[in-house]
Design a protein around this ligand. Structure first.
Ligand code: PLP
Length: 400
């Protein structure tokens, strides 16, 4: 019998972390691999934010902070939510966490019990279903269609809700598809949610600023304030400010949930790094002058990748509204044979062929809940993206 708990035995390692490990291993072996599996901005944390971290160290801000985060950071988060999202939260309705990931995991931990269902639209960020499982809940996967740009429709949401539904996890722009929603689409989802008061809403807004739509929609909660008492807003500085390693995320929501999160953190991790919190204050309070250029860069890369992928027979790519991923369909490659005689039966086989024969790393759609697809990141240079697409084309050309 295993001495590992059944809760933990239900979950599996994150495939993106596994891909990062595999990439490092191939590099050590001296192989030249174009890595298009990356889930973080390739930009450096802007200088004024790095400086703020250094200054915090020099000022001696190196001690424990309040469990929920420094008052300065919670104030900066409150100001951000009001300024950018039109949402008003007081300091007792906000908690700082070790990345958005920690906020999501802890939110499920303090609210989900065996028998509770959590709706996760697919394609999904790989961690959601496993987080639900680790909290004894049941993930209810709702498959969104490529024809709908992988958007959750009100009909599909309505059909998935049961009396046991605890949460809807809502991520837009979405990882791995880059899907965004219009205000009318958000309004229609809100109308469904209003009919089911037992359903709470966990919004994962981590990619909100990486949005190519001309007029980014307002927040779901700004569109329907009546959901406020049952919504937890999760966000962080990782993607917007290229601060993935600083590990600063946060949750804003009803005070009972925030108090439970505070209690859990007080008995587990305590407050997050004081130095990172000081840097995040500056990140959130300063004008993000660098951001328009970053977003324009992501957009150009997206356009290049979509054009090059669509020129490859057997692959079909849509141009997403946000984030830095593409989720191309690769059904045209299924059933084809590699030079070694292996038949590609799944998107996982496709991805292995692209890696082994093409020297380009992408992630198989299987992990994201909708196949046959792969996730390709555009968080790398245009040259790498072009070279990666050329390698995909060459690997595909070998198939019979
Ligand atoms: N949510 C989504 C959809 C993500 O893609 C990621 C990171 O890949 C996260 C949350 C985690 O962000 P953080 O670095 O703040 O933990």
């Amino acid at each position: 019998p295993s001495r590992i708990s059944s809760r933990i035995r239900r979950i599996k390692p994150s495939p993106s972390s596994a891909a990062a490990d595999r990439f490092a291993e191939l590099r050590r072996e001296g192989r030249d691999i174009v890595n298009l599996a990356i889930g973080e901005p390739d930009f450096d944390t802007p200088a004024h934010i790095r400086q703020a971290g250094c200054e915090a160290i020099e000022r001696g801000e190196t001690r424990y902070t309040p469990v929920a985060g420094t008052f300065a950071l919670r104030e900066a988060i409150a100001a951000k939510l009001e300024r950018e999202n039109g949402l008003r939260y007081g300091p007792r309705e906000i908690i700082v966490t070790c990345g958005a990931k920690h906020a999501l995991f802890n939110a499920l931990s303090v609210t989900v019990e065996a028998g509770h269902e959590v709706i996760v639209p697919a394609p999904f960020w790989v961690s959601y279903p496993d987080m639900v499982l680790a909290c004894d809940g049941t993930p209810v996967i709702v498959t969104c269609r490529e024809e709908d740009d992988f958007r959750l429709t009100p009909e599909a949401l309505e059909a998935a809700i049961t009396p046991a539904t605890r949460w809807l996890v809502f991520n837009s722009p979405t990882n791995p598809t880059g899907t965004t929603y219009t205000e009318a689409q958000l309004r229609a989802l809100a109308d469904v949610l209003l009919r089911h008061p037992q359903v709470m809403v966990l919004t994962d807004d981590i990619y909100e600023h990486i949005c190519f739509d001309d007029a980014p929609p307002r927040h779901l909660l700004a569109i329907e304030p009546a959901l406020r008492e049952r919504t937890l807003v999760v966000n962080g500085v990782s993607k917007t400010y290229a601060m993935t390693g600083w590990r600063i995320g946060y949750a804003a929501g009803p005070s009972d949930i925030i108090a439970a999160l505070d209690m859990l953190q007080s008995q587990s991790t305590s407050g997050v790094s004081s130095v990172s919190q000081a840097a995040a204050v500056v990140a959130l309070n300063a004008e993000p002058a660098f951001l328009p250029e970053w977003v324009a860069t992501y957009r150009l890369r997206r356009d290049t990748a979509v054009r090059m992928l669509n020129a490859i027979p057997g692959i079909r790519a849509r141009a997403p509204g946000g984030a830095f991923y593409l989720y191309p369909h690769c059904g045209g490659l299924i059933g084809k044979r590699t030079p070694a005689g292996k038949v590609l039966e799944t998107d996982n086989d496709v991805v292995i062929h692209l890696l082994e024969a093409g020297g380009v790393m992408v992630l198989a759609g299987t992990a994201y809940g909708v196949s046959p697809h792969f996730r390709m990141s555009t968080a790398t240079s245009a040259q790498q993206i072009e070279e990666g697409c050329r390698r995909i084309a060459a690997a595909v050309a070998q198939l019979r």
